[in-house]
Design a binder for this molecule. Sequence first.
Ligand SMILES: NC(=O)c1ccc[n+]([C@@H]2O[C@H](COP(=O)([O-])OP(=O)(O)OC[C@H]3O[C@@H](n4cnc5c(N)ncnc54)[C@H](O)[C@@H]3O)[C@@H](O)[C@H]2O)c1
Length: 379
Amino acid sequence: MSQPTHLWLREETKQAEHRAALSPAVCKTLLDKGFKITVEKSAQRIFDDEEYSAVGCPLVEGGSWKQAPKDAYILGLKELPEGETGPLEHRHIFFAHCFKGQAGWKELIGRFEAGKGKILDLEFLNDERGRRVAAFGYYAGFTGAAFGLDAWARQVLRDQEGKGPTQYPAIRPFKNEEALIAQVKENVQKAIQAQGGSGTPPRILVIGALGRCGSGAVDCARKVGIPDEQIVRWDMAETSRGGPFVEITESDVFVNCIYLTSSIPPFVTQELLDAPTRRIRSIVDVSCDTTNPHNPIPIYSVNTTFQSPTLLIPSSNPLSLELMSIDHLPTALPREASDAFCKDLLPTLLELSGPSPLQDSRVWKEALELYEKKVQEAA
Ligand SMILES: NC(=O)c1ccc[n+]([C@@H]2O[C@H](COP(=O)([O-])OP(=O)(O)OC[C@H]3O[C@@H](n4cnc5c(N)ncnc54)[C@H](O)[C@@H]3O)[C@@H](O)[C@H]2O)c1
């Protein structure tokens, strides 16, 4: 009998990263299928250590993957600990962020080459149609829409109280989806009531509504209680005539969820935002093509953060307008985001069993080939 496949869940060392590459529920399924799993303890992970031990995973100290058996796959989400330079001997499954020429890519690949390790990058595990097997998009759109609606409500309430515009407060991760929805729902209801007899629910426009992020945004708006007729769903068909689109400024909240692949005319321009008829007060750019020369929302140039979530966009129209461009939104809902991601990743992880999974399974074989290609490019 062949040895069981050994997965080793490392602790995340990136600050404020609460998500996990393996959930306790997925660990349970993998154990039932004969996998061996080791879990590093972590105080910042959204799942408690005990949730893993309860399903039968042995716990070890954080960072001990360096001493893991050489045949273990080391699983994580984000970057390896900062400032380290030594050779890397294991096969690591994570978002390495080094296959698109990012800063430090050659150095990281060099460490793997020096230790004869491998990168199996989560970003490039694709199904036979070329779609990512697991991604965090749904909860990016979901949380983006939630914060966009909340920002709108807070601005309306401040206006009613005669206070000036202010930026959205720092965001801490929510315990669960219910807590996030409850907060947003309460503020949106208050804002609708504060508008008096004419108060109507906000109109939210989602572009890229048929995609992963977009469907999360639409589902969130529904859960917040926005009536269907106030949720405007656009995708390729609606934008094919080319922007800019006045419909954006006629909405209250705009959530951009497109996957940008080519040069397209801007969706919105400063000129449109300056128009005296502008209604919109909250834009969330989930796509975050911030530094892309074809960014369809060319009214800003930096990513915002959980600490400082929005920019106030200057405009000659006095109605305040906030823009959010956080590029790791699902971190705000770490439990649900991890659960969904891990569930989607599970079938691919199951393909790691067998005598030579990196050769026998298409998805892993391609991941390994991509790594080897990047090694050549880095040489
Ligand atoms: N901010 C974050 O935290 C975060 C997290 C995950 C993903 N993202 C980003 O969100 C974007 C979308 O990701 P996804 O997984 O939802 O992609 P996806 O491929 O599932 O969906 C993209 C959708 O956009 C539509 N689209 C593309 N071009 C369009 C256009 N010009 N007009 C209208 N619709 C258009 C597509 O038809 C598709 O329905 C990506 O850029 C991704 O990197 C951001």
